[in-house]
Write a protein that binds this ligand. Sequence first.
Ligand SMILES: Nc1ncnc2c1ncn2[C@@H]1O[C@H](COP(=O)(O)OP(=O)(O)OP(=O)(O)O)[C@@H](O)[C@H]1O
Ligand SMILES: [Mg+2]
Length: 237
Amino acid sequence: MLKIDRLYAGYNDVPVLRDLSLEVKPEQIVAVLGANGAGKTTLMNTLSGLLKPASGVVTFEGQPIQGLQPEKIVSLGISHVPQGRRIFPGLTVQENLLVARTAETKKRPGGFNAILQEVHELFPRLKERETQLGWSLSGGEQQMLAVSRALVARPKLILLDEPSLGLAPLIFEAMFSAILEIKRREKTTFLVVEQNAEQAMRIADYVYVMELGQIVAQGTPDEISRDPAIEKAYLGA
Ligand SMILES: Nc1ncnc2c1ncn2[C@@H]1O[C@H](COP(=O)(O)OP(=O)(O)OP(=O)(O)O)[C@@H](O)[C@H]1O
Ligand SMILES: [Mg+2]
């Protein structure tokens, strides 16, 4: 579904991603693990069009997408939930969802309302807080809203950057079960970046480990948990 081939990207003269290749198959949850500064967010930003790669090819459903505008990438079916829950603080929960509508939202039977109902089933807390302003939500609620905003565009692939960051165990349990539920209901594919390796490996079908902008290990969660390279990556050696 998504194929990254020998991607190089960075900021001005600072190279970050170096010769990075990976693949996401339809209806999989693929996790990218790595320490702070490994380049995980840079990878996500390059995939969603926020950052132009220096070289390499990214294909989505057979079509090259590297270097396209972010709006174009969304319209092809890729939604990005950036690190740090970028929601609109001055808008209510419902308004935050409304402004995320795209052409795809309308194509869905039942349109926006059907999606809203689904969001409320996945995250009942958001229904309770429909008229509450974004800034006043707890961290966990903001993260739920950020994921829900991505769903409004009816994506085929969701890029999730650190969904569990700063969340209490009970809340990230809820977040991870929602991800599994979205996958089951909508057949959505996920590329998830996580520092919380243990949690990510519980839901992932396949795992890549990143270190200094490169993939240093890959395999099923089972294979990865027995691989010493993962420890190395986490110690930053
Ligand atoms: N806008 C920027 N300009 C210059 N350098 C940047 C920029 N954003 C990130 N970097 C650098 O790129 C490298 C990779 O950063 P990135 O945010 O991709 O890492 P990460 O794996 O997502 O880390 P974290 O786990 O802390 O989120 C870091 O060395 C960082 O300082
Ligand atoms: Mg990051």
